[in-house]
Ligand binder design. Structure first.
Ligand SMILES: [Fe+2]
Ligand SMILES: [Fe+2]
Length: 281
């Protein structure tokens, strides 16, 4: 097990950097923009004449964002990954936060920020009825009831896993933000992506510090990269979701290798050809 005490002052610096770098954001901008878009569409459609409920309803529907159904499904999948937070939190707190005040301090910020991501996606998906809300709730319930077997219990291994998860999430949001037809959603994704970048920076740099202290931990990095599985794999329709995401070009093995595995290995100064080959497309 890694001893974090000698890393204390470095971790304090990473924590301070996180607090300094993050631009706080709220839901107000998202909600106001979504409402204004509806109202604009309604005013345009309804004009000055007498209106009935059916035309008001039609005008309301016309005000939804121009989101392709595949991208809506991809966003819903991202939402489900975020919403599994109670189980990530349980694992991280039990094995990483407890007993180490500084890591616990970062970890509590992390929980608050991750919670905000899931809620913002939920607001967007529900307000625009981008996906059938009953199905979304079903999937969320399935995800939470499945629980989340801890991907690791050793603090260092958890940080390796979390680095991979944060980077893969960031890459996914970046790619989604570039293709969605709705600029409002693209803005939201960029905001969330900025948070993920800071999460990544903390865990990834903590891993690098620990590797300098104990180079033999490269073996744990190797294990983490070889066995990595996304949390949403517990969903019964995971294979369908994956196929859709791959078909849309939002992600695939090659993206994972070149944008997640290789940058992390390079940053940590590790070769690990087996891990690189494991994710070769
Ligand atoms: Fe997140
Ligand atoms: Fe994150």
């Amino acid at each position: 097990m890694i001893d974090f005490d000698p890393l204390e002052k470095h971790l304090a610096r990473l924590l301070e950097r996180h607090d300094r770098s993050r631009t706080p954001w709220t839901y107000d901008d998202l909600i106001e923009r979504m409402q204004d878009r509806r109202l604009d569409a309604m005013v345009r459609r309804l004009g000055d004449g007498p209106v009935d409920l059916a035309s008001v309803r039609a005008a309301w529907t016309a005000g939804a964002g121009p989101l392709h159904p595949d991208h809506a499904k991809a966003l819903e999948t991202a939402y489900l990954g975020e919403t599994n937070l109670p189980w990530y939190a349980e694992n991280l707190y039990a094995h990483l936060g407890r007993g180490h005040p500084l890591l616990a301090d970062f970890f509590r910020r992390w929980v608050a920020e991750e919670d905000q991501h899931g809620r913002a996606f939920e607001i967007y998906l529900l307000m625009d009825r981008a996906v059938p809300s009953a199905e979304m709730l079903d999937a969320k319930t399935t995800m939470l009831r499945a629980g989340r077997p801890a991907p690791a219990v050793d603090p260092f291994e958890i940080m390796v896993y979390t680095s991979i998860q944060e980077l893969s999430t960031r890459v996914f949001y970046a790619r989604l933000s570039r293709v969605v037809a709705d600029p409002l959603l693209a803005d939201l994704l960029r905001r969330v992506q900025a948070d993920e970048s800071l999460h990544l920076a903390f865990y990834r740099d903590a891993v690098r510090l620990a590797l300098r202290q104990r180079p033999e931990l490269a073996e744990v990095v190797h294990r983490g990269l070889m066995g990595f599985r996304e949390p949403v794999t517990v969903l019964p329709d995971y294979e369908e979701r994956k196929a859709l995401i791959w078909d849309t070009g939002l992600s695939n093995l090659q993206v994972f290798r070149t944008e997640v595995v290789e940058p992390l290995l390079n940053y940590w100064g590790l070769e690990d050809p087996a891990a690189r080959a494991r994710w070769a497309g």
